[in-house]
Design a protein around this ligand. Structure first.
Ligand SMILES: NC(=O)c1ccc[n+]([C@@H]2O[C@H](COP(=O)([O-])OP(=O)(O)OC[C@H]3O[C@@H](n4cnc5c(N)ncnc54)[C@H](O)[C@@H]3O)[C@@H](O)[C@H]2O)c1
Length: 263
């Protein structure tokens, strides 16, 4: 059996657990804090693990984080320290160099790996290939409907419910991931794939007319140019998240266990 533990059981974790449970050969567990409201939605066939000791006893072959940047800080080093590979959805947490270096050092010492999936994005293969190319420049724009920014717009005040597109942020990927931990994971993934956190240019737009959660990449270098737009349908359970993210994690889980690996 392929033993997989999923941290979090929200929009992404539930979809991923359902998809894996429908396939042969997986034994699943869900990691949740004691008393979490999400526990009520966990399939009774699935173990609920409240702490690292319970996780170690479950003996997963892979742990998937689908819970947020706080969970990466809370669980990341503990999982990797068990020698178990960790697939992160909250890649934005890695904008914190100290946390990233600590996780990498723990993984190296334990002889395991940290996996960063494509998540809501596409084109990372090409950006990775461009890494280090002369005159590399990577620009990224996130354009989501206002529902995805409800909390942030409410904090800006009553005048900030835009009738037209509103630029919420313009700057580099490190500042973007720090400011919007639940919305800018892909900016961090793109930065780690290509030009780094300081050099990846990010614009964030709340747009009532957005055709879904859209991500636009423009990457140029002496080797060539990439122009790419992804328009994802928001998850019905969380407008910040797109339905494709759990499918990207599913594809990554399958790659982990596959004999043939597509890079
Ligand atoms: N890489 C990407 O493209 C991408 C895209 C969207 C979201 N994400 C990340 O995925 C995360 C989850 O998204 P979602 O839509 O499923 O969120 P959600 O709010 O619907 O669900 C979060 C779940 O995690 C649990 N949780 C929170 N903190 C925890 C902790 N410290 N320990 C254990 N469980 C904890 C919650 O109880 C809940 O079950 C987001 O916070 C975001 O960081 C990544």
């Amino acid at each position: 059996m392929r033993r997989v533990a999923i941290i979090g059981h929200g929009a992404i974790g539930r979809d991923l657990a359902t998809a894996l449970a429908s396939r042969d050969g997986y034994a699943l567990a869900v990691v949740l804090r004691p008393g979490s409201a999400s526990a009520a939605a966990v399939d009774p066939a699935c173990a609920v693990l409240p702490d690292v000791g319970a996780l170690a006893r479950f003996a997963p072959a892979l742990v998937v984080e689908a819970a947020g940047a706080g969970a990466v800080r809370e669980w990341g080093a503990a999982v990797l320290g068990l020698g178990v590979p960790l697939l992160l959805s909250s890649v934005g947490a890695l904008h914190d160099d100290a946390l990233r270096h600590a996780l990498v050092a723990t993984a190296q010492a334990a002889g395991t790996r940290l996996y960063l999936p494509s998540g809501a994005l596409a084109g990372l293969d090409y950006v990775r290939a461009m890494r280090g190319a002369p005159n590399l420049r990577v620009r990224y724009e996130s354009r989501k409907p206002t529902a995805a920014w409800a909390d942030e717009l409410a904090r800006l005040g009553p005048d900030a419910a835009p009738d037209a597109a509103l630029t919420l942020f313009q700057g580099n990927a490190r500042a973007a991931a720090a400011r919007y931990p639940a919305n800018l994971n892909v900016a961090a993934t793109l930065a780690l794939a290509g030009a780094g956190f300081e050099e990846t240019e990010v614009r964030v737009v709340a747009d009532p007319a957005a055709r879904g959660n859209t991500h636009a990449i423009r990457a140029t270098s002496d080797l060539g140019e990439l122009d790419l737009v992804v328009a994802n349908r928001p998850s019905p359970d969380n407008p910040k998240t797109s339905g494709i993210v759990s499918r990207a994690l599913l594809a990554a889980v399958e790659q982990h266990f596959s004999t043939v690996v597509m890079l």
